[in-house]
Design a binder for this molecule. Structure first.
Ligand code: PGA
Length: 231
């Protein structure tokens, strides 16, 4: 894992079962054609797609039909274990279908009021269930729980705005995050990543992958970003 790049798509609260079938049909057909033609190797890259809970099972099945390994991720996890927690989705349930989970995304922090203590509980639940947490922060001084090894640096003003951070600033922040948190092996960049700018971020020494929102909804755009990591 240490040497690998990590490309993560985040569909947020979007997509439906039909659109998902179509997304997989398109990714599968492009990948089948290009993997061979362009000699693409997935040995040093993990590709993950983080999806809404109701689709985890469908995507777990569809992922196996692709000609490259696609890991399934959730976008949230209960801070509690199993029990009387109406509406909550516990780690062991997610672990049946997914191996990654986003924790601390800025939308969860700002719109759902999640604070550091609840995020820490979520990380512990993910680890207990054997799920890899991807912990999102917006600045280098953000506290990061000890158990976290993958961090996504996503400046709030770059998310969904079409205005990404500069690769230089993202590199400096990634470097600072790694210096401050020696348990972190991977810092990803997220915020308005596209097929056009992904390679500039991936070229930075301390940036080991990207977290992609909007562009991951479009199968061709997401594939373009994957290709930058595996080519
Ligand atoms: P964006 O979202 O790529 O649409 O900016 C990134 C994110 O929220 O993870």
């Amino acid at each position: 894992m240490r040497d690998k790049r990590v490309i993560i798509g985040n569909w947020k609260s979007q997509m439906n079962t039909q659109a998902i079938d179509e997304w997989f049909r398109i990714v599968s057909s492009i990948a089948n054609e290009e993997i061979h033609k362009r000699h693409l190797s997935f040995e040093y890259t993990e590709v993950v797609i983080c999806v809404p809970f109701p689709y985890l099972s469908q995507i777990h099945g569809l992922a196996r039909t692709l000609p490259f390994p696609l890991h399934v991720g959730a976008q949230d996890i209960s801070p509690y274990g199993p029990g009387a927690y109406t509406g909550a989705v516990a780690g062991y349930m997610i672990a049946q279908f997914a191996s990654f989970v986003l924790i601390g995304h800025s939308e969860r922090r700002s719109l759902f009021g999640e604070d550091e203590s609840v995020l820490e509980e979520k990380v512990l639940q993910a680890k207990a269930a054997g799920i890899t947490p991807v912990y999102c922060v917006s600045e280098e001084t953000a506290p990061i729980p000890e158990e976290v090894s993958i961090v996504a640096y996503e400046p709030v003003w770059a998310i969904g705005t079409g205005k990404p951070d500069t690769p230089e600033n993202a590199q400096n922040t990634a470097h600072a995050l790694r210096e401050r948190n020696t348990h972190v092996t991977h810092v990803l960049y997220g915020g308005s990543v596209t097929g056009e700018n992904a390679d500039e971020f991936l070229a930075q020494e301390d940036i080991r992958g990207v977290l992609v929102g909007k562009a991951s909804l479009d199968p061709s755009l997401f594939w373009e970003i994957i290709v930058h990591a595996v080519e």
